[in-house]
Write a protein that binds this ligand. Structure first.
Ligand SMILES: [Fe+2]
Length: 254
């Protein structure tokens, strides 16, 4: 089985377009979108319109949950700093987009073979606001995964790609399509973006010779039309568009 996983599009349809084009060349059997699709960026409705016809698994991120229940946005981890952009995106969604968001699942488990169980989630199987990063302490992982048999975990939320094997489990984060972090947000410090879109292709097979599972992970990056995104931002009323324009003004985006 070959699976393309992508996450955290955050209203950047230009980046999503490039990722979907790249995925179309990878001969995958299945796609999984791990959430945080429409909010924060300048193209919330455009992203939804691109996702609706896709034959893909859709997982609900904390931003997606908050779009359906905006009164819970603080507890769902939407920081006050980005709430003007969140609310701007919310106003631009139509009834069909909300219906689509309601179809997202909190987690999806797939039995790929007897030996490979794959779990897709946004944060952890317990909550869309849990974080996993390289080196997450084992007692935290044990808490996230108690009574979860999956041997391959794919999740989003971090906006940073990684693949590590912990206690025999593959932990895979495909990074972020629309807002990959070179520098994550800190107290009083906005994040800094990488000049590409991120996703992952995962190949899961049973090796015939010894019957063991084989998990291959390709963390991919794709450049996209930065000039087009800049054009869209310049004519947008997105409250935080200056942050986006500052990112695009970095030399690496030229
Ligand atoms: Fe996100």
């Amino acid at each position: 089985m070959r699976l393309a996983v992508f996450s955290d599009i955050h209203g950047n349809a230009i980046a999503l377009e490039a990722v979907l084009r790249d995925i179309s060349k990878q001969s995958v059997d299945q796609m999984a979108c791990l959430g945080d699709v429409a909010s924060m960026g300048p193209q919330p409705a455009e992203v939804m319109d691109m996702l609706i016809p896709l034959n893909s698994i859709f997982i609900s991120g904390n931003h997606d949950e908050a779009m359906l229940q905006p009164e819970r946005r603080n507890e769902l981890g939407i920081s006050p700093f980005v709430q003007p952009d969140f609310l701007w995106g919310l106003e631009r969604l139509q009834a069909s987009h909300f219906e689509f968001l309601k179809s997202f699942q909190s987690k999806v488990e797939i039995n790929v073979t007897n030996e490979i169980q794959l779990l897709c989630c946004h944060g952890s199987p317990k909550s869309s606001t849990d974080f996993m990063h390289p080196g997450t302490p084992s007692d935290t992982l044990n808490r996230y995964f108690e009574s979860c048999p999956a041997t391959v975990i794919v999740n989003g939320h971090l906006h940073s790609q990684f693949h590590e094997i912990v206690q025999g489990r593959h932990m895979i984060n495909p990074g972020s399509v629309g807002m990959p972090f070179k520098v994550p947000p800190g107290p009083g410090c906005p994040p800094v973006m990488y000049p590409w879109a991120e996703y992952a292709v995962i190949s899961l097979t049973n090796d015939d010779s010894d019957g063991k599972m084989n998990v291959q992970v390709e963390l991919r990056t794709v450049r996209y039309r930065f000039e087009k995104l800049k054009e869209i931002l310049l004519s947008s009323s997105l409250p935080g568009k200056n942050w986006w324009l500052e990112q695009l003004a970095q030399p690496e985006f030229m």
